[in-house]
Every structure is written in structure tokens, then in C-alpha cells.
Design a protein around this ligand. Structure first.
Ligand code: ADP
Length: 426
């Protein structure tokens, strides 16, 4: 069966959010890093293509998004989803409006929604105004964002400034009456010449109603919240089984390792907890700067240990130590040296037989994923909120699949590196 829902996310972590949401809602999901070179795999209900188009020049964002759309169309998707930030990060030039309009044109569609609401994270919309917790978006820290300062909370106005078409509000009085009323309001907005409906949303129930009302729209544009309400449409249409286990990963096995390049507080605690229990190799940025082959030393050290128990490679250090390194080497150079070393270690330990790998740190994860040639991730069971196990897609048929957990620096409980293994079927 072909893929049902094809998603285009304007950044990587946003894509991860959306993919996690879809898995929880019962859709088997993969997240691809950029537009894939290979065709979609089997047994997948949703694909999220993660771009880096949030703040790129408008024409570039449109070009990449259209390329992603073509790939998703080729994969047989029945509906498409353009995912942006729940704070509607954009400028008067875009990229949300222009990308949405380009996708609509390519799909020959003249109507969609724009809804960044994500109530569980405090993003709600009332009278078209986006709230972040208890305050308007324009009073939140987002008004000082270096790239996309949001100084107006009125989403209808913000979107209108970015589009050639027309935007209109679906007021809470309508949304609270459910999917039928929302659909009727869509029809009257369309009759008034609107191409975009901005629905109010205060709760997950509202998102479910909005999702149901969007069943027949070729394109939905939203934060990750609205994704909660879409799988039910496919179930109603008989395209998605009830009670499907969506987070099962192929059995993997192999040796276990953790690579930590994050110095965030949560990671520091997790590194300390693992160091108490398992062998750990400390990466010294000064040794890297002296030109020592630290990765080769780490790999030689790992032999004879990694066969018996999980091992840790870490550059994680306390703030004072990091400052001292940065003062001497420069922040960027220190970061690059450490990332390169950790990426080389990742390649080396996979060659030694590691099949279950946790990587801590956003930049670090990016470097490791690149070194391992990972083009996508099949989303599996969650270890802690926001961090699932995944299976790496490498495009190299016949290679043993690697289980990867990519942990953002500040995510996860102190015992994350200790308990994560038990969530994997071996
Ligand atoms: P987080 O998700 O916590 O932000 P990242 O991996 O994104 O983690 O960023 C951490 C950055 O700090 C990386 O560039 C990494 O190479 C760098 N780094 C890690 N350890 C050290 C250290 N001891 N000294 C200086 N820089 C370091």
C-alpha cells in the first residue's frame, strides 16, 4: 500500500515533532533528511521530509518544498501537510505564505488552512490571535527573535501580508461546534474569495475537529498539532487500521554505545550516571587541537570493552571547562574539532559492530548522521518525551540496520543512557 500522508517540514526538529505526533496517532512514519534520492520504503503510512527552509531565501524555500512535494506525490500520498513552527516563525516576505501558495498551485488546490496551534505546548489561537502560554505572541520572547521577530499576534494579518490570495478567520464560536460547522465556515470563506482559513483552537478536541474538517483538503498547513486530527480521517476511509502498532522497529541487535557532544545540563547528568556504571572515554578538545588522533585512541580503547557492555564516548564538560576551551581555541573551532572526532568515532564503532547508538546533542547528532550516511529515520518507541528510538535509513541495501536515538541536549531523564536499551527489541 502506498503512503497516505506526505509532510514537508521547514526544519529538522520540527519534522521530528511532527513525526512523533503521527506515530502516537497510529501512523507508521519515517522522517527523511532533505529530499530523498531513493523511493519510499514499504509499510509506511506517513513520510516527513525535513528541509531547512524556514529562513532561507523565499525562492529557495519554494524550490525545495516543490521538490519535496514531487517526491511525496511519486510515493502515492493522498494528502499533503506543510509543517511550520507553532510560533508561526516567518517574516513579511515569508516563508510560510509563499511556500503554502506554491504548494497549493502545484496541487491545483484553491483552499487550505493555516493553524500553528499546539495547546499542550501552550500555543493557542483565539480570534485569530496566537498566544504563547498566557501572553500574546507579540509580547513573548519571539518578538526579539534574531531571524524571524514576531511583532504581531494576529495571524490573519500576518499571513495576509505574505500571500497573494486572501485569508479569513474561523472563529472559536464555530470551531467549538465541531467539524460540520467548521466545514460550513470553510465553504462560506471560499464563497467570499478566501484561500486560507485561520481556525481558532484552544484544546486538543478543537484540533481533532479541525483535522476532521480538513479530510478533503489536498493540502493542510499547520504546526504539528493539527496532525493529531488527520489519522482518524484515514481510518474512517478504511485506509488505516484501528489500533495499529505504529512504533515497531525491525529487530536490530549489535553492540551498544553512547556518543555525547552536548554540554547541556541534562546531558551532564546523564553522562555522570553512565560513567558510574560503564566504561567511559573522555574526549579532550586540547588534544584534538594539538593534532592527536583521539578518535583512533578511543577506538583502540573500546576494543575488549564494547563487546561486553555499553560504552560512552563524551566531550561533555562543565561550563567552566567549556569556556576555557573556547577561550583558547575559539568557540567555532572547538565545536568543529569535537564534532569531527565524535563523527569519526561513530563510524569506527559501527565498523566494530555497534548496532544500537545514542547520540546526545543537536549539532553532534547532525555530524554523526552525516558521517554514517543516514538519509532518514524510521520512528520507533519513545524513550523519554520527544526522543524516540529510530532505525537509520542509509540507502545501502543489505547493510544491517542501526538503531539510533538522537537526543537534543536538554532532553531526557538522568537515567536516559541506562534505560534506553530496554525499549528496543533485540
Ligand atoms: P546541544 O543539543 O546540547 O546544544 P550540540 O551538540 O548541539 O548540543 O552542541 C554542543 C556543541 O559543543 C558542539 O558543537 C560540540 O562539538 C561542542 N562541544 C562539546 N564538548 C565541548 C567541550 N568540552 N568544549 C568545547 N566545545 C564542546
Amino acid at each position: 500500500m502506498s503512503v497516505l500522508l506526505g509532510c514537508i517540514a521547514d526544519d529538522f526538529t520540527g519534522g521530528t515533532d511532527l513525526a512523533g505526533m503521527l506515530v502516537k496517532a497510529g501512523m507508521r512514519t519515517v522522517q527523511m533528511i532533505g529530499v530523498p534520492g531513493e523511493p519510499a520504503g514499504d509499510d509506511i503510512d506517513a513520510v516527513v521530509i525535513a528541509l531547512k527552509s524556514r529562513t532561507s531565501p523565499v525562492e529557495e524555500a519554494i524550490g525545495e518544498s516543490l521538490a519535496a512535494l514531487r517526491w511525496l506525490q511519486h510515493a502515492g500520498c493522498r494528502q499533503f501537510y506543510f509543517k511550520y513552527c507553532s510560533t508561526f516563525d516567518s517574516t513579511p516576505q515569508g516563508n510560510i505564505g509563499p511556500v503554502a501558495e506554491a504548494l497549493m498551485q502545484a496541487l491545483a488546490s484553491d483552499f487550505t488552512i493555516a493553524c500553528p496551534a499546539f495547546p499542550v505546548n501552550g500555543r493557542t489561537i483565539y480570534k485569530g490571535h496566537l498566544f504563547v502560554g498566557d501572553i500574546l505572541l507579540s509580547d513573548s520572547g519571539m518578538r526579539h527573535h534574531p531571524l524571524t521577530p514576531m511583532t504581531d499576534a494576529n495571524l490573519v494579518k500576518v499571513l495576509q501580508a505574505q500571500i497573494k490570495g486572501k485569508a479569513g478567520l474561523v472563529d472559536y464560536a464555530v470551531v467549538s461546534q465541531g467539524a460540520g460547522a467548521i466545514r460550513a465556515r470553510f465553504a462560506s470563506l471560499k464563497a467570499e474569495g478566501c484561500n486560507f482559513a485561520v481556525p481558532d483552537a484552544l484544546t486538543n478536541d478543537d484540533l481533532m475537529a479541525i483535522g476532521a474538517a480538513c479530510a478533503d483538503l489536498p493540502l493542510v498547513t499547520a504546526g504539528s498539532g493539527v496532525a493529531l486530527g488527520l489519522p482518524q480521517n484515514f481510518r474512517r476511509a478504511g485506509l488505516l487500521p484501528e489500533n495499529q502498532v505504529a512504533d515497531a522497529l525491525p529487530p536490530g541487535g549489535g553492540l551498544r554505545a553512547v556518543i555525547a557532544g552536548s554540554c547541556s545540563i541534562a546531558t551532564q547528568g546523564q553522562v555522570a550516571a553512565m560513567r558510574d556504571r560503564h566504561p567511559a572515554f573522555d574526549i579532550d578538545p586540547f588534544a584534538l587541537a594539538r593534532g592527536e588522533d583521539v578518535a583512533a585512541k578511543a577506538l583502540a580503547w573500546a576494543k575488549g570493552r564494547i563487546e561486553n557492555e555499553p560504552v560512552l564516548f563524551y566531550a561533555t564538560a562543565a561550563p567552566d571547562a567549556v569556556k576555557a576551551v573556547q577561550a583558547q581555541l575559539g568557540t567555532e573551532k572547538a565545536g568543529r574539532l569535537v564534532e569531527d572526532a565524535l563523527a569519526a568515532i561513530a563510524k569506527g564503532i559501527v565498523a566494530l559492530g555497534v548496532g544500537q547508538l545514542i547520540v546526545a546533542g543537536g549539532e553532534t547528532a547532525g555530524a554523526v548522521v552525516k558521517a554514517l550516511g543516514v538519509s532518514g529515520l524510521r520512528i520507533g518507541p519513545e524513550i523519554d518525551p520527544g526522543v524516540p528510538w529510530t532505525t537509520a535509513i542509509t540507502g545501502n541495501a543489505g547493510e544491517k540496520p542501526i538503531a539510533l536515538a538522537l537526543k537534543s541536549g536538554n532532553f531526557g531523564a538522568p537515567d536516559f543512557f541506562l534505560k534506553a536499551w530496554s525499549k528496543l527489541a533485540s
